[in-house]
Design a protein around this ligand. Structure first.
Ligand SMILES: Nc1ncnc2c1ncn2[C@@H]1O[C@H](COP(=O)(O)OP(=O)(O)OP(=O)(O)O)[C@@H](O)[C@H]1O
Ligand SMILES: O=P(O)(O)OC[C@H]1O[C@H](OP(=O)(O)OP(=O)(O)O)[C@H](O)[C@@H]1O
Ligand SMILES: [Mg+2]
Length: 282
């Protein structure tokens, strides 16, 4: 049975369970459940604190886990990212009161408050900056107002939390993060159970990213049309009863679908339809 760690709280928890559910796996029904078995899919899910997941996976007791890239790196655990999942996207940045710091050099001799001590200490050491780091569990934005630190390093998504605290980011982003699937570094790469699990999640990612597009066009416009809708491999072309016309079927990135439909219409394509993809294996 494949043993998988799933975040039990915070920004990663809901979207991770939703993705697993979409991939056909059973998920827990209430938030107090710690472990569930999905016998049909031969998988056991362990609901763990997001910060602990890399540690469990690196110990080899669990085969794979879902966590944040920033949490994985911060943990320093012997685990590696094998599939980015596209949710819980954020950047990790320094911030301070406006006008008090412009770049890394301004950190020298100051105190940085953060929940991600591992990332910050390494970044400072790599940059040769001598600053102190103080660990706080959360709500680090308040540390400056309360005089515990002059600078913070924290997760930034919309920037609302920083704005509310009267702070501004400075310097280059320290890293970009999103939810990722991880496994123990050096674990057997082609374990068929792991590969099947990854294919299912990749199927969800594709279903979320693409729509299926169908349309009819005149044969003489086919090359132009196909250039607009090249698909993943190559589009399917079928003859129509009306001579000189063909039907085309191709996968199109959802974000481009409306523009592609306009462009197809402009070259004379008609009956242009898009439909959602619910699941797929590439
Ligand atoms: N506002 C946010 N937007 C996007 N991703 C976020 C946000 N806050 C945290 N994350 C991401 O979630 C992961 C942290 O999960 P964790 O559960 O520790 O924190 P949280 O979501 O802030 O929850 P909490 O602090 O309530 O426990 C990290 O990968 C982080 O980048
Ligand atoms: O840029 P934003 O959209 O405001 O999002 C970023 C904020 O979200 C998270 O905080 P959370 O609400 O989880 O509280 P925490 O600081 O206690 O973790 C993170 O720690 C930032 O504070
Ligand atoms: Mg948080």
């Amino acid at each position: 049975m494949l043993r998988i760690a799933v975040p039990n709280k915070g920004s990663l928890s809901g979207p991770a369970s939703a993705m697993l559910h979409e991939a056909g796996y059973q998920q827990r029904r209430e938030s107090k459940e710690l472990v569930i078995v999905d016998p049909e899919n031969e998988v056991e899910f362990f609901y763990l604190r997001p910060r602990d997941i890399a540690i469990y996976v690196s110990s080899g007791k669990l085969d794979i886990g879902i966590t944040g890239r920033d949490l994985l790196i911060d943990s320093g655990a012997n685990a590696e990212e094998i599939l980015p999942l596209g949710f819980a996207r954020s950047t990790f940045r320094f911030a301070a009161k406006p006008g008090t710091a412009q770049g890394l050099a301004d950190l020298a001799g100051r105190t940085v408050a953060t929940s991600y001590e591992g990332i910050v200490a390494k970044h400072l050491a790599d940059s040769g900056v001598d600053a102190s780091v103080i660990h706080l569990d959360g709500a680090v934005e308040t540390a400056i107002e309360l005089g515990v630190a002059q600078v913070i390093a924290d997760v930034v998504e919309t920037g609302t939390s920083l704005r509310n605290a009267g702070l501004e980011v400075f310097g280059e982003p320290i890293m970009k993060s999103e939810a990722v699937v991880i496994r123990r570094t050096g674990a057997e790469a082609d374990d068929p159970k792991v590969q099947q699990f990854l294919r299912r999640l990749q199927g969800v990612l594709v279903a979320r990213t693409y729509v299926m597009m169908d349309y009819d066009c005149r044969a003489e416009h086919l090359e132009q049309a196909v250039a607009l809708t090249p698909g993943l491999e190559s589009p399917t072309i079928s003859p129509l009863h009306n001579e000189g016309w063909v039907a085309v079927r191709s996968m199109v990135p959802t974000k481009d679908a409306q523009r592609v439909m306009d462009d197809l219409y402009a070259i004379g394509a008609r009956a242009i339809l898009t439909t959602a993809i619910h699941a797929c294996r590439l």
